[in-house]
Design a protein around this ligand. Structure first.
Ligand code: HEM
Length: 425
């Protein structure tokens, strides 16, 4: 009997719950043991050194995501703060043409959030986007594989996971391949600054790239105003008469979120999928026998290893959650990685189980409620195409034993810095 149920090799944390740090090297390598201990002993846990409350149980995370009137997204991400800590970066940002800066989508609360969300939903139009782009994405994935197929091995992150979402981003923004790699650098720097705990140099680079990115977006806006276009930015400009037009600052903020959202999480999602296949005995054969199971692979991987491990909210008033009193203006870390393994909802949650029915309890990998991922249909389709094409071209995928996989250093993004895989063909 082939087995495709695999427990994460992630020991139950032996530290006392008070000593657990999610930023330690051990937790970065594998946080699930620490999460299990927090869920069992102190499901809503205050970390004094970061002035942060970890919310670890499924139902508490779901409650917070579903009640945006009680929990704000607006101040929750640390981007503003990261810049605020570095006067040189602030000085650079003063040259921005998009003043005053505007917060949209993930950085906004109702009612502003709803206004932008509707426009983005329309402009991103997953069905239209995928109808137009799916064949090209498939051709591009075949092109990535052509480059390494003769060597019998590949480094998944750089040769497969990064180029794929970049191909999609190039189509969404209608830019050349050359331009798209510049966009990847912008996206990396924005993301690093967003996650906080960063060096001055990174924040300064992010500030400089912010100006370059703004110029790029505003040039596209000018082109699309002159010659109407059906690219994403062109669609942002096509508004019904009863809607006010977006300001330049709003367009810039939306585009930066689609750029980062479209990139970072998808890269890690794809690497996690390949890792799962290459490290799980019998999984590749099962997917090959019944390709319809690729959809189960995607959902179980998103549950088991959510690429975004957490998001943040701020309490709007003092309140009680899960029996714990939390003050007004407290910062909450909604831990998707933990919620997705909560034993109340998932039997043997540490197991990757292709047969798990993920429709019964929907995982949190794409969030929930008004901020639920605007690109989830696109991300799922990218994953499906990637794995379909990979399995049609390569056989017997396994982790290379001469170069071990290296996990991401950043807490919060579950995936790999490098992942070497060998195969037959
Ligand atoms: C596997 C890949 C992806 C994962 C795991 C992911 C995860 C998430 C999560 C958890 C949120 C909710 C954040 C919150 O509640 O605060 C979110 C929001 C968002 N995502 Fe994704 N995402 C992925 C791919 C994408 C793609 C491909 C795009 C665009 C093409 C995208 C665009 C966005 C946007 C614009 C938002 C903000 C939505 C709002 O606030 O209304 N994401 N994503």
């Amino acid at each position: 009997m082939q087995h495709t149920n695999v427990k994460s090799k992630c020991p139950y944390s032996s530290e006392a719950v008070d000593d657990i740090s999610l930023l330690s090297p051990a937790a970065r390598a594998c946080p699930y043991g620490a999460y299990a201990r927090i869920r069992a002993e102190e499901p809503i846990k205050y970390l004094a050194d970061q002035d942060l409350w970890i919310v670890s149980k499924y139902e508490d995370v779901e409650y917070i995501l579903s009640n945006p009137e009680k929990f704000s997204s607006k101040e929750a991400l640390s981007s503003g703060n990261a810049y605020r800590d570095f006067p040189k970066a602030l000085e650079i940002l003063k040259q921005s043409r998009a003043q005053p800066r505007q917060r949209t989508l993930i950085l906004a609360d109702p009612p502003e959030h709803g206004f932008h969300r509707k426009i983005v939903q329309r402009a991103l139009s997953p069905a239209k986007t995928l109808r137009a782009f799916a064949p090209t994405i498939e051709a591009r994935v075949n092109g990535f594989i052509d480059k390494f197929i003769e060597t019998g091995r590949f480094e998944v992150v750089s040769q497969f996971s990064i180029p794929l979402p970049m191909a999609l981003v190039s189509m969404i923004f209608d830019v050349s391949e050359e331009q798209v790699y510049k966009m990847k650098r912008w996206s990396d720097n924005f993301f690093a600054a967003l996650t906080g705990h960063v060096h001055e140099e990174i924040v300064i680079n992010a500030a400089k790239d912010t100006l370059v990115f703004e110029n790029f977006v505003l040039d596209r806006v000018a082109q699309c105003r002159k010659t109407p276009s059906d690219c994403f930015i062109g669609r942002l400009l096509q508004q019904p008469e009863d809607e006010r037009p977006l300001t330049d600052a709003e367009i810039i903020n939306i585009c930066s979120q689609v750029l980062v959202g479209g990139n970072e999480s998808t890269i890690n999602f794809i690497s996690n999928l390949v890792y799962q296949i290459a490290s799980t005995i019998g999984l590749e054969e099962r997917l090959r026998e019944d390709p319809a199971r690729i959809e189960d692979l995607l959902e179980e991987s998103l549950r088991h290893e959510p690429p975004l491990q957490a998001m943040y909210r701020i309490t709007r008033s003092e309140m009680e959650i899960g029996g714990v009193r939390i003050p007004k203006a407290a910062k909450l870390m909604l831990n998707f990685g933990s919620a997705n393994r909560d034993e109340t909802f998932y039997e043997d949650g540490d197991e990757f189980d292709l047969d798990r029915d993920n429709r019964e309890t929907l995982h949190m990998a794409f969030g929930r409620g008004i901020h639920a991922c605007a690109g989830q249909t696109i991300a799922r389709r990218e994953g499906k195409i990637a794995i379909n094409v990979l399995l049609s071209r390569l056989r017997n995928l396994r982790i290379a034993d001469d170069i071990p996989p290296v996990r991401n250093k950043l807490f919060g993004v579950r995936g790999f810095q490098s992942l070497h895989v060998i195969f037959d063909h």
